[in-house]
Structure formats: structure tokens, C-alpha cells
Design a protein around this ligand. Structure first.
Ligand code: NI
Ligand code: MN
Length: 226
């Protein structure tokens, strides 16, 4: 499996059989992102929660690519109104797809969408574990540090974790360094920094807080092997 970081919380994975998985495709308005809404490829789109910097351009991309959207039941229901193909799940639930297994995890965070200037809550926020090609990747989503990350780390053999470090809306670097330790991820890529105001962080400083050779700051758009 190959992984690519595209800025903020946008991540893509490609399995050995060529299946393309796209996470939290916030492309328009994301100055760090190398992708284009009109050309990005996806077979499946994952949405951790409804905030606009995660739901992003999901509707437009899924309409064009016919990608199936895997997300919480409430967001799936909302997206169904756009005639998209969806698969709704909830934290704690797992399901086996053609490419591998998906499990949602808790995330301590909101999940609202703004309609006519008013927030509407769409269920709870989630993190997403994907196991494919005998590797497990964890997109932690937007979340506070929480102690069940220790449990997830004990139960799941995580090869790669994408962990938010931006602070203010999510964990900051110190809490995110504890998250990396508790999750026992073999490799950690920091996300959710320097795109939104109030999330300015130095990712290199963050990876210095982790065990040797765990933290990794990939070039935007550059694929690496999981
Ligand atoms: Ni959020
Ligand atoms: Mn966010």
C-alpha cells in the first residue's frame, strides 16, 4: 500500500491492486493541497466528520468519480440527498470492503455542517482505521487526546498513523506526542497544521518529540510505502 499526504487532513492511499482511497478531501480553500477537484481520482472517499475542512469537496468529487463515500451514518444520510453512493458506519463498527477492512473509532470533536449560516450537527466525529495489504493505517481525524488511544494501541497493530497537531481545534503537539506513544504506531505523520488560522505549528519540532525514526514529514503529494 502507498500513502500520500496532501496538506491539512487530506490523505490518500493506494492498495496493491490499484484501489484509490481518499480521506477528508478539503481541496478548494486548502492552500497546502496539491490536488485538483476536477482531476483527483478516488474509488472510495472517507469523511471523518462534517466540518467543512474535512467534508470539503466530497460531493463534487464523488459525483464525478462515482466513488463510494464511507462515513458516519448521519453524514452518509446527508450525502445520499445528493444521489451519492454511501456506506454509513458508527464508531466501534467495522466492515469488510473489497479493498480491506474499515473500522471507525471515537474522536472527541464536533461534527456540524453550516446551512444558511446556522450549524447543524451530523452525528459524532470519528477516526478511521483501514487495514489493506496486511497493513493498518489510522487517520485519527480531529480529536482531543483521550485515554482509550492506549486501548486502540494495545488492540491494533498500527503501521502508520496520521495525527493532528495544530492545537486550538484538535490536539496540540504535546498531546499528539502522547497519542503517538499510546497508539504505538510504527510511523506517525503529523497533519492538521498551518492551513487554518490558529493551527500554526512546526511539524519537525513535533517529530523530535517522538521516539527515534517514528515521526515523518512527507513532502506534499509525494507517495511513500506503508
Ligand atoms: Ni473539525
Ligand atoms: Mn478540522
Amino acid at each position: 500500500m502507498k500513502a500520500t499526504f496532501h496538506g491539512h487532513a487530506v490523505v490518500s492511499l493506494e492498495t496493491e491492486d490499484g484501489t484509490k482511497l481518499l480521506f477528508d478531501p478539503f481541496i478548494n480553500g486548502n492552500e497546502a493541497c496539491n490536488l485538483n477537484v476536477d482531476t483527483v481520482e478516488a474509488d472510495y472517499i472517507f469523511v471523518t466528520h462534517a466540518h467543512s475542512d474535512h467534508l470539503g469537496d466530497t460531493v463534487e468529487i464523488a459525483k464525478r468519480t462515482k466513488a463510494k463515500v464511507i462515513t458516519t451514518v448521519e453524514i452518509a444520510s446527508y450525502l445520499s440527498s445528493f444521489d451519492l453512493e454511501t456506506h454509513g458506519m458508527q464508531p466501534g463498527g467495522s466492515h469488510t470492503f473489497d479493498f480491506g477492512e474499515v473500522k471507525l473509532t471515537p474522536a472527541i470533536h464536533g461534527s456540524s455542517i453550516e446551512i444558511d449560516g446556522k450549524p447543524h450537527t451530523l452525528g459524532v466525529a470519528s477516526g478511521i482505521l483501514v487495514t489493506a495489504d496486511a497493513k493498518t493505517v489510522y487517520h485519527v481525524g480531529d480529536t482531543a487526546l483521550y485515554s482509550d488511544m492506549k486501548l486502540i494501541g494495545d488492540l491494533v497493530d498500527i503501521d502508520l498513523a496520521f495525527i493532528p497537531i495544530g492545537d486550538n481545534y484538535t490536539m496540540g503537539p504535546e498531546d499528539a506526542s502522547l497519542a503517538a506513544k499510546w497508539l504505538q504506531a510504527k510511523r506517525v505523520v503529523p497533519i492538521h497544521y498551518n492551513v487554518l488560522p490558529l493551527t500554526e505549528q512546526d511539524p519537525e519540532n513535533y517529530i523530535k518529540m517522538l521516539d527515534k525514526d517514528v515521526g515523518f514529514v512527507p513532502e506534499i503529494g509525494e507517495s511513500f510505502a506503508v
